[in-house]
Each structure stands twice: as structure tokens, then as C-alpha cells.
Write a new protein. Sequence first.
Length: 453
Amino acid sequence: MNNQNTFQDQGLEKVELATLRSRISAYIVDVVLFMFPGAIISFIFLTYFLWGKEYITTGIKEYLFSQINIFGWYLWGTLFIYSGVLIGKYRWTLGKRYAAMAVVRANTFQKISYLRAFLREIIKWGLHSIPYVSFLILLVNLYLIGSTKKKQAIHDMVAGTQVIAISESLKVKKILNSVAIILFIGAVVAFGIFYSIAKEVKIKPGEEKIISANEYMQKAEVELTEVKKYTEENNVVEIQRHAAKALEYAILATDLEPSNPEIWFRRGNLYWEIKNISVGADEWALKSYERALELDPGNPIYRQKVEDLIKDEVASWQIYRNDEYGFEFKYPKDWSTIEDTSPQHPYLVFVTLGLKETIQQGGLFGVILRDQSEDEFFSLLAQEKFYIISQSETTLGDKQATFYILGRTDSPGIEWEEVITQKDSFLLEFSKGATPGYDDIFNQILSTFRFLE
């Protein structure tokens, strides 16, 4: 008999199917071999983060256990691959070998292919991962294995396999017993260490003392101190190195406590301190302060910081001024304008605004002065398939204006934003067009608009 390939020459009457008890035994051994090492790693991971802590917030607790949950999915995926490979190669996993059984093709009792082995495992683990149904499937499988003639679980039926009893190896069983005992003792010890540490840690929702995120911010602030020290010494290499570390710690802090406004505010302070060292740090400072204000809109310190920063930023902007038609506005330092007064166009002046590097390919906003009434303007828009979605009152400079959101019948889902006011006999239009984003800059430019006397 070729034991590797077929049991058929034993005669059907000589082949014994694996019992329910032996299959449960095999499953437990496989789980022990994989789950106990996983438990040890998980406990070590949690112990590392909790060591020496007196308080830990709910957010950090969720973060830690989310990492364990991700690790658990990797573990189950490894178990799936392990089962598919060993069953495809040898017809058994270590658990099945311990319980003296093998997986073979139904009725013929031949060795199965890798494809059939993995199909069997996909069906088995897939069924057991269905919420609310997996327990019912388990009960059905227990009945099928324990009470039917072929002793096939659902995954066996679909994959066309059966589990049979094979000759028992006492040596292999002793080795597996020893491994299981060692792993069990290791898991118990790891759990004891983890429990002794975890029971000293107070986990309270909304706890004010935020250790882990606060520690990262403290490290960031220490690095910032080093930046200032090396700035005095004009040591560029060390300045850049410590600035990079400071940013790394600050980002870790907000990643750990993304809903904590104080952490965001301190991150903003850090960016502001290195604005002359790191390109774009002033913009990230404002974004961090705005995030803190968004999380705690009633905080006057956060609000004042955002307002002051916006004023400081806008104060340094460039100025576009049109003395002929009497209006001006400010725009960002890294933006540019293009003025068009061509007589063949249906406007008096068209000012395009956009980023310096891309304005030649197309602007982001436009300021247009038209020699027509508002009714004439919207009549022209209607011919171009525009329609009004909504409108609201606002101001532009010292004049009453209307803010329109427009749609277009041939461009569903796209919206155009326009602010329109009448100046003398002219119509002045401030257009954001359909450009996504840039809402803050659009509003800031609007706030600087004024008419000249």
C-alpha cells in the first residue's frame, strides 16, 4: 500500500472514519499551537505599553486593543495557510496528526490536491467568520460528524473530502504533548505578568491625565528645546535632525489621541516654533490650531490663536489694486494674478487668481467686472445651461451682495460658487467656479475685498 497517495487498496470496509471526539481533539491542538504564541505576543505588546502607567484613557485602550485585533486577523490568516499547505502536502495538520487522522477525497480515499485543500479551508473559515450564523453552523457540523454515516462537515461536503483514522505514532504524540504543555505554561506566565500590571492601571473614560499622548508631546517639546539650542550655535545638521524628531513625536501624539484638542493645540505651537526651519510649517500650525478649535469650539484661547494667525498671514499677502474701477483685494504670497481687459470679451476686466506655478494653465478664482445688470448676467448664464441651486445674502467690501451656488444641466453633481454685487452701473462677480477645496482661502480673500473711494 502506498500510504502517501491512497487508502483504496485497504478496502472500504477497512477504512475507519475519524470520530467526532478525535476531530475536536485535533482542532484544539491546532488552536493551542497557534493561539498560545499569539496570546503571549499580545500580552507582551500590552504589557510594554502599560508598564509604569498610572492612568490610561479610553482612546488609548481602544488603540491598543485594535492593534491586538489586527494581529488576531493575521494569526487566523496564518492558521488558514498552515492548514491548507499541510493538508495539501501530507493530508494532515499537526493537530490531526496528533489525533491520528488524515483528510482524503470522499469515497476514493485518495490524497487531495493543494487546490482542494485550500478550498476546504476557505469554506471552513469563511463559514465560521459569518456573524450570528457561525454558532449555528458549528452545531450543524457537530451533528453531521457525530451522527451521519459519512461523517462529513459542511466544508467536507462542498470540497468533496472525508476525514479518516490513520495509524497512531506514539513518538509524534509525545512530542506534540510536550510542545502544547510548554506553550500553555508560557501563556499562563505571560497572562500573570500582564494581569499584575494591568490591574494597577486605571482605565477611565474621559480621564484628564493623558499619559501616552502627553509623553509623545513632551518628547517633541524636548526636541524643540534642542532645536533652539543648536539654532544659537548655527548647527544646521542638528537643527534639522531634532526638528524632524519633534515633528515625528507630535504626529504620534495626535495619532494616538486624534480627538484631544489640547494635543492638537500643542502640535500647532510646535509647528509655529519651527516655521523658519521647515517649509510649510506655518500652514500646518494653522491647520493644527483649527483642528483644536473644531474639537473644542468654545475655547477662547484656541479661537483667538486661529484669528490672530489668520490676521498675521493675511497681513503679509500681496495686494491687487484696480484704480480705474476702484477696488482692491489681497491674495496669498505664493499666488499670482493675470489681468485681462481685452475689448472683445463681454467684460471690462477679468482678474484670474491662482498658484504661481499653475496659473498659466488655469486659475482657481476670478474677479470679473461686467457692464451689465444682474438680470442680463443671469439671462446669459441660462443660455449656457446654468441654474441657481441656492442663494443667500452676504457682503462684499461695504456693499450688500448675494452668494450663489449654481449648477449646470450638462454637468450633474458639479457646483459653481459666485458672490455678486452691483457697483454703480457695473456688476462685480467674485467666482470660485467649480474648484474643489480652497474654501478657507476663498473666504479670506473675500474678507479683504474693499471698494476705493
